[in-house]
Design a protein around this ligand. Structure first.
Ligand code: HDD
Length: 717
């Protein structure tokens, strides 16, 4: 078998491996765990029909005991998530930079399992919390598993892993009352952040709409840390990993996020599941930024500092492959819950840098799986198994599956003929990059990590006016919920370092007087014996003014794949345009949902009938990407008198989404305040298609948001 065939068969190997552990009760008898067939699963064994239950009922005891132990601890962070299977396909030979086998030949496919997640909320929290999203990918390569455990934002809050427990304690529900769930808008989070100037860059990202994505398939992913690629000659290159979504980067608004959280807390998980069921497979391209060892110090930031990006203007992103997610898990617990990622799962050709956040992570992930998955054998759980053989002298422990035959469980040995052998590098043995290191043992932080504001400013300056406005609104919401004035003041002082207008606007809203003088002593990230002067960040001076890649508005697509278009109807509707729209949407991977005041079938204008999928009470405008109003005199009149229908249209308008209609004289449309705003303000009319032109409407759906409407006037919804 050629190397390529070998790689391509690994997708099948992984599926086969999972299938061999997959059970399906179809056409089977109900049994106990010992395989005995069960005759009665409806009643416990009793002494007489109305008598006490009897201990002897082994079926009842086994069933109940298993149930009592069904729960495992949720992840301490990233507890809520959704997973999907798929494959990664390399575009070209990357041998010049890395010897990693899965990146050596165009067309090589590697099976992957991906888990997207929120960070702060517990397992049952809402998908649309304002939060970072986890983006973890497990590549089942022919050289073992490679895990790229990233987020949807390219930087992190802290520079050193020792602060991770503090960061997470501050954002989690407050310890005295357990409130709030899945929200950063509370005192302890902002207290910590305001005392950690290094978090300022990340705060800008988290306050942007990137923290409320429209879909897991419409967000970027980042490996964040600088890693190393090593080629077959041992030559290293620094590398940063990027995932670029085929569907562009889109988010919802904060008003929508809050309403979606009530209407469908599973919005993002459902969207991922449904897209895969519908055959609209989410796709991301993998990109790398490569920096030679010689260029390590040519930037005005430290490559090892995880609060910094390498602007794409300085080092372009080279696209090297794509990932397609094409299969839903068969069982949420077995796969999505039990999957165990680790940034230290590497293959030859990929290595670490000395980023102190990355180095600390290398300890945490195995440690957390030991408690979460109950022991040292979690690598044997089917979703975690590599497609390559596993042989070593690790033995025993809770729930061991492998039956390790033979006398020898140590190395070197004669009893086992010296097996299993160590692998030389040319046989694929992993050898760590021999980076020269020297220095005193010290807890100091490098001075090259002290600039906390330049890239926060670069990010803010790179946003469009609308994006800046949304950041300001997010800060008003979050800091407005903080009850301690001193915390609010410290945050305004941080914002002053980024942008004076932003700081002023937020300060005014929360009743803080500007300018606030930053009290250096409050920066408690300084060690006990440290001199505060040594830890002072200088004035923000980004080396470039703006970076287009930082604004979501520049990462768009013409595709309407994955979008959900609402169509409002009632008795007497004309279905001609619905059919046209349905065909067009389907051919482009979008969906339409027919919504009416009641469920069931309704009669159309020409006495046909159509099925209603949702009612105005069982759904909400915020769950859809665009709206279409077909004509029909009777239905239009009815809907115009239905307040929920009017609200639906107003909200669609307010959230700047495309609205199309067959007839600009639609009574429903005319009865909204949105229509008046459109009549009186040109800015408000963008994305409103009044002439029944389906192609024009579809173009507007692809454009997605028409932010100018936000300037046209507030709607009272
Ligand atoms: Fe982490 C989970 C991503 C810093 C400790 N992390 C976890 C997951 C993702 C990330 C996506 C969920 C994986 C899954 O779906 O199962 N973490 C990141 C990124 C970081 C980061 C991108 C910074 C660049 N993490 C970080 C630090 C530490 C941890 C600094 C501790 C020193 N992370 C953990 C953990 C978790 C985890 C406690 C909880 C569940 C798990 O590992 O499997 O070990």
């Amino acid at each position: 078998m050629s190397k390529k065939e070998n790689q391509q068969s690994s997708a099948k190997d992984k599926e086969k491996g999972l299938n061999s552990h997959t059970a399906n009760g179809e056409d089977q008898f109900l049994t106990t765990n010992q395989g005995a067939r069960i005759n009665d699963d409806q009643n416990t064994l009793k002494a007489g029909q109305r008598g006490p239950s009897i201990m002897e009922d082994f079926h009842f005891r086994e069933k109940m005991t298993h149930f009592d132990h069904e729960r495992i601890p949720e992840r301490v962070v990233h507890a809520r998530g959704a997973g999907a299977h798929g494959y990664f396909e390399a575009y070209e030979n990357m041998g010049e930079y890395t010897k990693a086998g899965f990146l050596q030949e165009a067309g090589t496919q590697t099976p992957v399992f991906v888990r997207f997640s929120t960070v702060a909320g517990s397992k049952g929290s809402t998908d649309l919390a304002r939060d970072v999203r986890g983006f973890a990918v497990k590549f089942y390569t022919q050289e073992g598993n490679f895990d790229l455990v990233g987020n949807n934002m390219p930087v992190f809050f802290i520079q050193d892993a020792v602060k991770f427990p503090d960061l997470i304690h501050s954002v989690k529900p407050e310890p005295h009352n357990g409130i709030p769930q899945a929200a950063s808008a509370h005192d302890t989070f902002w207290d910590f952040i305001s005392l950690m100037p290094e978090s300022t860059h990340m705060v800008m990202w988290v306050m942007s709409d990137r923290a409320i994505p429209r879909s897991f398939s419409m967000m970027e992913g980042f490996g964040i840390h600088t890693f190393r690629f090593i080629n077959s000659e041992g030559k290293p290159h620094f590398v940063k990993f990027h995932w670029k979504p085929k569907l562009g980067v889109n988010s919802v608004t904060w008003d929508e996020a809050q309403k979606i959280s009530g209407n469908d807390p599973d919005f993002l998980r459902r969207d991922l599941w449904q897209s895969i069921e519908d055959g609209n497979y989410p796709e991301f391209e993998l990109g790398v930024q490569l920096v030679s060892e010689e260029d390590e110090h040519k930037f005005d930031f430290d490559l090892l500092d995880p609060t910094k990006i390498i602007p794409e203007e300085l080092v372009p992103v080279k696209i090297i492959g794509k990932m397609v997610l094409n299969r839903n898990p068969a069982n949420f617990f077995a796969e999505t819950e039990q999957v165990a990622f680790h940034p230290g799962h590497l293959v030859p050709g990929i290595d670490f840098s000395n980023d102190p956040l990355l180095q600390g992570r290398l300890f945490s992930y195995t440690d957390t799986q030991l408690i979460r998955l109950g022991g040292p054998n979690f690598h044997e759980i089917p979703i975690n198994r590599p497609v390559t053989p596993v042989h070593n002298n690790q033995r025993d422990g809770h729930m061991r599956q492998t039956i390790n035959a033979g006398q020898s469980s140590y190395h070197p040995n004669q009893t086992g003929g010296g097996c299993p052998f160590q692998a030389a590098m040319h046989e694929g043995g992993y050898a760590h990059y021999a980076e020269p290191v020297s220095g005193n043992k010290t807890k100091e932080r490098s001075k090259s990590f002290h600039d906390h504001y330049s890239q926060a400013k670069l990010f803010y300056n790179s946003q469009t006016e609308v994006e800046k406005k949304h950041i300001a609104n997010a800060l008003k919401f979050e800091l407005g919920k903080v009850s301690m004035p001193a915390i609010q003041e410290r945050m305004i002082a941080q914002l002053q370092e980024v942008d004076m207008d932003l700081a002023d606007e937020v300060a005014k809203h929360i009743g803080v007087e500007t300018p606030v003088k930053l009290d250096n002593e409050l920066n408690q990230s300084i060690p006990a014996d440290g001199n505060p002067e040594d830890f002072q960040s200088g004035p923000a001076s980004p080396s470039i003014e703006k970076s287009a890649a930082l604004s979501m508005e520049h990462i768009t697509t013409d595709s309407i794949q994955g979008r959900n278009i609402a169509v409002l109807v009632a008795e007497g509707i004309n279905i001609d345009s619905i059919e046209k729209l349905q065909q067009k949407a389907k051919s482009e991977g979008a969906k339409i949902t027919i919504i009416a005041p009641t469920l069931g079938k309704i009669k159309t204008m020409d006495n046909q009938s159509i099925d209603i999928q949702k009612t105005l009470h069982s759904t909400a405008s915020v769950l859809f990407d665009a709206l279409y109003l077909p004509k029909g005199t009777k239905s239009d009149e009815l809907l115009s008198k239905t307040p929920a229908a009017v609200l639906f249209v107003e909200e669609m308008f307010k959230h700047c989404k495309a609205i199309g209609m067959d007839d600009m004289g639609s009574l429903l449309w005319r009865s909204t305040r949105s229509a008046q705003l459109v009549d009186n303000n040109e800015n408000a009319s963008e994305g409103i298609v009044l002439n029944g032109e389906i192609d024009q409407f579809i173009k507007a759906v692809a454009n997605y948001r028409f932010w100018k409407r936000e300037e046209a006037g507030d709607l009272p919804v």
